[in-house]
Write a protein that binds this ligand. Structure first.
Ligand code: FES
Length: 169
């Protein structure tokens, strides 16, 4: 065997090792890049979450219940999304909470019985919200009602008023 034959034989052996090392290195580089990418993405998510305000979105406590003229005299209208009854009597308007004062169930207006009834434990209230029967500890609270310049009723659920307070229209 000549020296040039041995050299070319050695080169022939070295070449596949270099290629396989290159492939292994590339593979490890790809794994490292993927791991860095995942770590970077995780860090970005955590940072964005940390920087964004931790705000609890609640519905506004003031709402427009509708045009005063749309409520007939001697009516009780349930505003479902606000859980409030708008009551119109000949004396005027008032707004009564529909949330039972016992354990917070949503009451129902029973026109045939002329009273507000709680389906959970049987408390009963008059249309004015006064407690008539059941385990509820107190009457349903009244909320402030105002008339906006455009003729809409505006109820403020943060402002509790006396049950004798009526909006005259
Ligand atoms: S929650 Fe209404 S009576 Fe208990």
């Amino acid at each position: 065997m000549s020296s040039s034959d041995a050299l070319s034989e050695n080169q022939g052996r070295v070449k596949p090792d270099a290629e396989s090392n290159g492939t292994r290195r590339d593979f490890l580089n790809e794994i490292a890049a993927a791991a860095l990418g995942v770590a970077g993405l995780g860090a970005t998510v955590v940072t964005v979450k940390y920087l964004s305000p931790n705000v609890l979105f609640e519905p506004p406590t003031q709402f427009r219940a509708g045009a005063a003229d749309d409520f007939p005299v001697n009516s009780v209208t349930y505003i479902r999304d606000q859980q409030v009854y708008i009551v119109r009597m000949s004396a005027g308007f008032y707004a009564v909470s529909a949330v039972c004062t016992h354990l917070g169930c949503i009451t129902q207006w029973k026109a045939e019985e002329n009273q507000i009834s709680c389906p959970c434990h049987g408390s009963k209230f008059s249309r004015e919200g006064a407690k008539l029967a059941g385990p509820a500890p107190r009457a349903l609270p009244h909320f402030a009602v105002r008339l906006a310049p455009d003729g809409q009723l505006v109820v403020d659920k943060l402002e509790i008023v006396k049950e004798t307070q009526v909006l005259k229209v």
